[in-house]
Design a protein around this ligand. Structure first.
Ligand code: ATP
Ligand code: SKM
Ligand code: MG
Length: 170
């Protein structure tokens, strides 16, 4: 991949879009480092994501998420963000400044089927209509990415290929 010499490759998208799955594969296939921001948050705080949402609340989680993201300057890594990282404009601006962002897009119904039964995603347990509202509300922020990849019907390997191809001229 040519891509910006010093920049990170950020993957964004809603829960279940495949940011973690695809990010790992993209990094491995291109000899790049891989960082999952949710994992960094868990390691740094010593708490699971459901525990953080339950005990500290979402606002606290969002603060930690921004702090963790801000430390990603110059990593030259594939960075899978949390689904809600784009909710803060400052996070979007930071990603824009420090790398290329790929939005993994898919219809809500496809994502909901993947995440609905997962206790590791605290927001996935909220009412379906409310969750879809979040999905719709975030679309504008996701769309600020440098590249949008339509992932429906693609395997993670095919998505990696699409990212590499889309990234070549950038
Ligand atoms: N392209 C795909 N096709 C089919 N299943 C997929 C695809 N991508 C991911 N999955 C499956 O969907 C689930 C969610 O994927 P993953 O954990 O990578 O999502 P995520 O975007 O990192 O979500 P989160 O924002 O919650 O961290 C996993 O079980 C994964 O195996
Ligand atoms: O979409 C979201 O708001 C979230 C997505 C996950 O990656 C985690 O960051 C957390 O479960 C919240
Ligand atoms: Mg993930």
């Amino acid at each position: 991949m040519t891509m910006q010499a010093n920049g990170n490759i950020y993957l964004t998208g809603f829960m279940g879009a495949g940011k973690t799955t695809v990010g790992k594969l993209l990094a491995r296939k291109n000899g790049l480092g891989f960082i999952d921001l949710d994992d960094v948050i868990v390691k740094q705080t010593g708490k699971s994501i459901p525990d953080i949402f339950r005990n500290e609340g979402e606002e606290w989680f969002r603060k930690v998420e921004s702090q963790v993201l801000e430390r990603m300057t110059g990593k030259r890594a594939v960075i899978s963000t949390g689904g809600g990282a784009v909710e803060k404009e400052e996070n979007v601006a930071f990603m824009r400044k420090t790398g290329l962002t790929f939005f993994l897009d898919a219809p809500f119904d496809v994502l909901y089927e993947r995440i609905k039964a997962d206790p590791g995603r605290p927001l996935a347990g909220i009412d379906r209509t409310k969750l879809e509202e979040r999905y719709s509300g975030r679309r504008k922020a996701y769309a600020t990415a440098d590249v949008t990849i339509q992932t429906m019907g693609l395997t993670p390997r095919e998505i990696v290929k699409a990212i590499v191809e889309a990234g070549q001229p950038l």
